[in-house]
Design a protein around this ligand. Sequence first.
Ligand SMILES: Nc1nc2c(c(=O)[nH]1)N[C@H]1C(S)=C(S)[C@@H](COP(=O)(O)OP(=O)(O)OC[C@H]3O[C@@H](n4cnc5c(N)ncnc54)[C@H](O)[C@@H]3O)O[C@H]1N2
Ligand code: MOO
Length: 424
Amino acid sequence: MNVLPEKGHWAELTESRERLITVEEAIDVAVAMVQPLTETEEVALARARGRVLARDLHAVNAMPFFDNSAMDGFALMVGDLPGQGPWCLPVAGTVAAGGLAPVLEPGTALRIFTGAPVPAASDAVIVQEACEDRGDSVLVTMRPASGDNIRRRGEDVAVGDLLAAAGTIIDARHIGVLAGNGFGSLPVMRRPRIGILSTGDELAGGAANIHDVNRPMLLALCEGAGAEVIDLGICPDDRARMTEFLTAEAGPFDMILTSGAASMGGRDFMRPALLAAGGAVEACRVALKPGKPVFFGRMTRTLVTGLPGNPFAAYVGFQLFVKRQISAMLGVRSPEDRIETAEADFGWTRKSGRREYVPAKEIGRNADGLPVLQRLGHGSSAALVPLASADGIIVLDASATHGARGDLVEWMPFYRTDVSWRIT
Ligand SMILES: Nc1nc2c(c(=O)[nH]1)N[C@H]1C(S)=C(S)[C@@H](COP(=O)(O)OP(=O)(O)OC[C@H]3O[C@@H](n4cnc5c(N)ncnc54)[C@H](O)[C@@H]3O)O[C@H]1N2
Ligand code: MOO
């Protein structure tokens, strides 16, 4: 972990010396700028998926709630089966799930169904396949062991046991456990409020128009990462309009996430507009491809994170920086990028200096069982189609200048929702 220099120093350093900061330095700055949220709210259990639990939740009920049968069969007392069997016991009644357990008289059995309460006196349930059901009586051919097929009250969870710790990202498993314990709602952290703004005259309607890619993509990415998203529309390439916008709109948001106008051109006004609006830029320009022009700023308590306009660059910037800023706001540990090893089915040469992210497809496995990867696209940060058809992303080290077919590369496979037990 880097020790951060004083506020504003990174921006000075990166602007004045034309130095690009490393991806790790950029992550450290981006995350260190975040003030974790403190407000909490209560949400219905059914709406809690993906939310961050605000405090430890302890069991208010023992689980199972009461001694119950794990099988359909007969509840009896093992002591009523002396010597060698078979034994014939009168069946004194039936107990089903949802019913109250009748008293079990010595020398008798009760027909019992799965989940039904086991009578206090019974110490075993014998599964019906191991008996001959004669209606008013049952012929037991095998002596069960004491405790067979009885799920005891509290054997899974005792009252007061921890069911889910503060900071847990609630998924379907927690919803199930908490529902089973009788919870109807949960205390969760408020979601970070993120306003998402695109920039560019080419998006706002005109002769040389393109469709806005980044805004819908970033809305989806931020929402998926646990934020409450607000669509702030499109701002034209006009420094005064951008300044006005930030001055007027930033207040209610935890973060304004912009894309475009982040670079060095005569119309890249996002950083100057932020400064003119009274904000600060704490770091910018990262040794990253795509995504170099990203910047990290703030207007008082609102973070202003500026992603590049090229859509693949905006995507990478989100995954590396914004996702971690959202986690930090929610007080959860930043997700680690899980890097694996794979074999390249392609050769490459490139300029050193920036870590590069390259979409790739798995086309098979090598003799060691490692994925063999085909590179997709031709390295354009404007193209999203390669990413959308990729199985993951190759990470090329900033210092790497060339590689040959058969070389091992670092690889971040996407989670495949079609084949895996994704936790949602
Ligand atoms: N002289 C320099 N030029 C550029 C540099 C540089 O360092 N010096 N950096 C290049 C890099 S790297 C990138 S990445 C781009 C990013 O530039 P900006 O963030 O300033 O973005 P724009 O110039 O506004 O747009 C770039 C590109 O992306 C398209 N775009 C923008 N917003 C959207 C959107 N919402 N949906 C779809 N496409 C969008 C825009 O039309 C441009 O084609 O700068 C290089 N230049
Ligand atoms: O860094 Mo830019 O994002 O390559 O195109």
